[in-house]
Every structure is written in C-alpha cells, then in structure tokens.
Design a protein. Structure first.
Length: 358
C-alpha cells in the first residue's frame, strides 16, 4: 500500500467556490515532473512582464490554471477575468467584450461594462481564442494595438490597461492557413507561447495529482482516506489518460466510492478508455461478436457511477469531435454521418469549439 506524499510539490487549484467552469477544465495542476518544473520556471520568468501569452494544450491539461498563475505572479492589482470565446453569442459578442450604452440596440436598457473594462489593471484570459468570429477578430486587434475600447452605441474611446493571456487547443497556424484566424492577430497574441503537455507526457505528475484528489474527495465524503495498493499505483502510471487531469479526478473520485476497506485496488479504478479497449479485446478473443452499441452501453453505465458535472455535454462533445475528425473536418460529411442537418452540425461544432481549424 502507498500513501502518495507531496513533499516540495507546487499545487495550483481553482479558487474556492468557482463552480462554473469555462470548459471541461482541470481543477488542479502540479509541477513534479521535470518537464512541468521547466514550465513553472518559464511561467515565473514571463509573469512580471506585460507580454501577451498564448497557451496551447489539450482539453483538461490545466490551461486556465496556468493563466491564473501568470496573473498571480504578475503583480498586477486588477482582477483576473476569464472569457470562453466559444460560448460568446455572435450577435452580442462586441457588447460582451467592449460593453454598450443604454439604447444602443434592442434590449440594451442600461449601460453595461464589457470584459475589457472589467479586467482593467489586471489580466484578461480569452479561452479558445480560435473560436472568435473573424469580424470580432478585427476589432480585438484594434483594441490590442490602441489599448482602448469603444462601447457599442458610443463614440468615446476608453483607455484600458490589460495583460492578455489567450488559450487554444487547436493549432492557430493551421487556422490561419484555413483563413479562419487572422495572421496579424496571431502575431499579436502569440508573442510568448506556453505549451502545456498532456498528462501522458508528464507521468511524474500523475501520483501527486491522484493524492491531491484523494485528499480532496475524502474530506468531502468525510471518510478515512484509503491507501493505494502497489498494483493500483502501477495501473495509474500505466494508463495514457486521454482525458488528462479531469479524467484522473473522476477516476479517483469513483475509486473512493466503490473501494471496500482501507485499500484502493486496480479493480476500483474505472478507466473509461482502458475498459472499453479491454471489452473489445475480450470479445474478439472469445470469438463472440458484440455490437458496438453493447460495449458503449456498458461504458456509459460506468460513467453513470461518477458522472461529474457535465456528463451529457462531455458525451455530446466526444461524439461530435470524433465524427468531425472521421469526416476529415468536413461539415457536410459529418452531418450525413450523424444523420442530422448541416446547420445542426454547425451549431454543435460552434458549441463545442470545433468550428475553427482542428
């Protein structure tokens, strides 16, 4: 049995009470692995400057936590304001970012301060910046160049002092080539690039994170923390973690619910991807032909045991993302594959931040 000690490990977590995530995001980040320690050193060198930062990494790797750490270390007195670009209403996007005056459009009954003004003196974090519509990219570029905004319905410019940190899980250079992202804006936001590695590429972070989530959920469940067996530790280290830190959190949470006694064993660790692969291999080895729907049903039932905060959204995004990739990122073929209209497919792609590039 093992207690996974966290001596000399830096742990970043989201603020207490922050219950509305921008996306399927990581809630903790550690810097135990040598590659993570290099990242931490790099962040602390970047933080005191005002240079724009572009954070790149897969979903669930901790990009927002990196952005928050940059803000904390920057010494800036203003707030940290996080914006999910993929969730911006395209018709109200300019008002959301820059604010509006009363009567500037239908429904504008009063003056509203935009996110740029809210972040004045602090840091503005634009998550999934590649999802911004092209017309809004032009206006964002102007604001970054001139350091002033104009509210919708006004002609008076307002000076703003913000440090811009952006994040993306797609290759913005490919988006530029596909004419989905402006080259001049790319150069403006990509002054300093930060790459957050997937969990599979920083294996020494796995056990400290598992320990963090074990302690966190034991406190919530008010139970005596069970220990990880040697075999369970090996299973945690051997898994590839396609869902990154968020998946690790769910696996540890469920293990605490189903483990009996004082030990967490390998059978208590429900790896969604690993279990699916094992089920398929078992069916092939036994010579029994199983419908894919049967295997999926079993895995969905496993997920029901620890649904997390957004199970429906997670599953919908998985289906849409895989169909889009299978169809070589073609909207028409993706729609035909799923048996829906192109407009419905486009809406799903926008909702899940997949419309701009890959």
């Amino acid at each position: 049995m093992k207690s996974l000690a966290q001596h000399d490990v830096t742990v970043l977590t989201l603020p207490e009470g922050d219950a509305q995530p921008l996306s399927i995001r990581a809630k903790a980040l550690v810097f135990q692995d040598p590659r993570s320690r290099e990242l931490l050193d790099y962040l602390e060198r970047l933080a005191p400057s005002d240079v724009p930062v572009l954070i790149h990494g897969e979903t669930g790797t901790g990009k927002e936590l990196v952005a928050r750490h940059l803000h904390r270390m920057s010494g800036r007195s203003g707030p940290f304001v996080a914006v999910n670009c993929g969730a911006i209403n395209e018709n109200l996007a300019e008002s959301e970012l820059f604010g509006h005056e009363a009567g500037s459009f239908s429904g504008a009954t009063g003056r509203r301060i935009g996110w740029f003004e809210e972040a004045n003196g602090g840091t503005l974090f634009l998550d999934e910046i590649g999802d911004l519509p092209l017309p809004l990219q032009v206006k964002l570029l102007r604001v970054l160049q001139e350091q002033e905004i104009v509210r919708v319905g006004s002609r008076k410019p307002i000076k703003v002092d913000i440090r811009l940190v952006s994040a993306t899980n797609v290759d913005l250079q490919q988006a530029v080539e596909a004419e989905n992202f402006r080259l001049d804006l790319f150069y403006r936001v990509n002054v300093a690039r930060v790459d957050v590695l997937p969990l599979r590429d920083r294996p020494l972070d796995v056990l400290p994170l598992a320990e963090h989530f074990r302690e966190r959920y034991c406190q919530r469940l008010r139970i005596v923390p069970p220990m990880f067996s040697e075999a369970a530790v090996n299973a945690l280290l051997d898994y590839s973690w396609p869902g990154n830190i968020r998946e690790l959190e769910n696996v540890v949470h469920l293990a605490l619910l189903v483990a009996t006694g004082k030990v967490i064993r390998p059978e208590d660790l429900k790896f969604a991807g690993g279990n699916l692969a094992a089920s398929l291999q078992a069916g092939a080895a036994s010579g029994v032909s199983r419908l894919p729907q049967e295997v999926i049903r079993e895995q969905v039932q496993r997920l029901f045991e620890v649904p997390g905060e957004s199970l429906y959204k997670d599953l919908e995004e998985l289906l849409v993302r895989e169909a889009y990739a299978w169809s070589s990122y073609n909207q028409v073929r993706s729609a035909a594959l799923l048996g829906i209209t192109r407009n419905a497919m486009r809406t799903l792609l926008v909702n899940h931040g997949l419309l701009k590039g890959r």
